[in-house]
Write a protein that binds this ligand. Sequence first.
Ligand code: HSE
Length: 332
Amino acid sequence: MEDNKLQELAPTPSAPLSVGGGRESIHVFAPATVANVVCGFDVLGFAVDEPGDEVIMRLTGKPGITISKITGDDGRLPLDPAKNTVSVSVQHYLQSVGRSDIGLDIELHKKMPIGSGLGSSSASTVAGLFAIKTLLGDDADPIKLLPFAMKGEEMACGHGHADNVAPALFGGFVLIRSYEPLDVVRLPHPKNLWCAIVFPDVDVPTREARQIIRKNIQMKDAVTQWGNIAGLVSGLFMQDIDLIGRSMKDVLVEPVRSMLIPDFYKMREMAMELGAVSFGISGSGPSVFAFTKDEATARAITQKLQHHLTGLKIGSNSYVSTINDAGPKVLR
Ligand code: HSE
């Protein structure tokens, strides 16, 4: 996204914002997200309770941004503020509100694997943006932060999609109705919808997972896909979990990306046998997720899939959560 486009989407406020509101520092959490939700490539996503990333931001009194510490990344993320998605997004935001004069230090604590398909870069970027917005006492609608968060996604994987950053920022289930102009819709969801996530420890960088997707699709497949997207959205509004389940089918992306995930179809069979409502790839993978109607089924699924992966000599992590409607939160 061009910088002037960013400015257009997030206009400069008429008066510069003041700093701190009595705070010298802030500690923020932002949640992991499941993008695509099987049939809605780049247009649907939801937030979960865990995992999530944390940012500690301190005012330094010396103009400019520094990154003093990153943990949980195995040394993979840059400490250089010109190259880190968190600091770059925060810098763009500061410019837009006329406060490039502020001095900030950032600590980033990664609590989820990079390249997991759980919106790892989004959680970090949203935590950073939410931290600076709160430090500045900027009470503008959080939608204003979305273009800056999308800028971070563009840096991280070469494409500024919003289906991770939007649910990380707003919480809940989110539809990106349009990218140009940006039009984001929060969707309702049944309260008893549980999500079981398993992350098989194999690396699937989003950038590469996007490159292997077909560029042209058949009309027949498009018809199937938009029927399913409409069915899923209807199911969310109607609180109809069975309709949600039968709509979560993807004939466009999953057939290609599933090849990057060990025993994807076997894992789906196991999850469905245990009573999953639906099963698919989380974001660009390798994480997979299942919706269930209760917590016990979600836990049985994660246990069974992790056991299966251990048999393949593949390590894994798992998370069980309802849909997180709160989005980012201040921890301290
Ligand atoms: N919609 C994006 C993709 C999400 O599938 O590439 C990446 O997590």
